[in-house]
Design a binder for this molecule. Structure first.
Ligand code: FES
Length: 231
């Protein structure tokens, strides 16, 4: 069995002045273990007070988003075989969010800014069907399906240098939701949504977003470029 040093960021804002790395030596692992497996082992066998979120264990819920070796990723699908195991494994909270405890962050500031782009379907009230909306299969494009996978996990928000400089900057997820709604045949705002983004200054910041989205969404080619072409 291989072993590795694991550093976990520990922080309780009620008692600590800053996060500190707690070091666990000689932690046994298998190449197929995920970083979430390692965290669960630490919690069960070494220190039950380590605090982190997870739920689905299969990159659907987005709740295990954290920084792994300084890169924002989903811990449940980040395998040890994909990491450089010649150096310690370091696990920290996402950036650009207030830390509630250890690896758990408060997503509310991101959700609050997301609200500013009306991230819900705004239907034409004159054409609301009596029962459900029927959508032609050809309207459900590959891009629409891809963008629908966004879990609002906060990884792209964490990696935004614009938000690091100014917490009032609106989350990149607002761009993803806007683009998705513009492709949704049930939505009636359409071009109004692009105007809304421009007014909020989101198109201005989009060149700084170069995150690796765990769901495979390319912020540049799938989201910002098409939106700019509409603008
Ligand atoms: S636990 Fe749900 S995405 Fe990782």
């Amino acid at each position: 069995m291989k072993t590795i040093q694991v550093n976990v960021s520990r922080y309780n804002p009620e008692t600590d002045t800053a996060p500190v790395l707690q070091c666990f030596n000689d932690i046994a692992y298998d190449d197929n273990d995920s970083v979430l497996d390692i965290l669960l082992k630490l919690k069960e066998e070494y220190d039950s007070s380590i605090t982190f979120r997870y739920s689905c264990k299969c990159t659907i819920c987005g709740s295990c988003a954290m920084r792994i070796n300084d890169e924002a990723r989903h811990a449940c699908v980040t395998k040890m075989r994909d990491l450089d195991t010649t150096a310690p494994l370091t696990i920290e909270a996402l950036k650009n969010f207030p830390v509630i405890k250890d690896l758990v962050v408060d997503l509310q500031p991101m959700i609050d800014t997301l609200r500013s782009v009306s991230p819900w379907i705004v239907a034409d009230q004159k054409n609301v069907p009596e029962k459900e909306y029927l959508i032609k299969p050809e309207a459900i494009t590959d891009t629409l399906q891809l963008l629908d996978k966004c879990t609002i996990c906060g990884i792209c928000h964490s990696d935004s240098s614009a938000i690091a400089e100014d917490a009032r900057v609106i989350t990149p997820i607002a761009m993803v939701k806007t683009r998705k709604l513009m492709l949704d045949p049930r939505d009636n705002l359409r071009e109004e949504r692009v105007k809304q983004l421009a007014e909020l200054g989101l198109l201005k910041h989009s060149d700084e977003w170069n995150t690796t989205c765990p769901k495979g969404i390319d912020l540049a080619s799938d989201v910002t470029l098409p939106l700019k072409q509409h603008g």
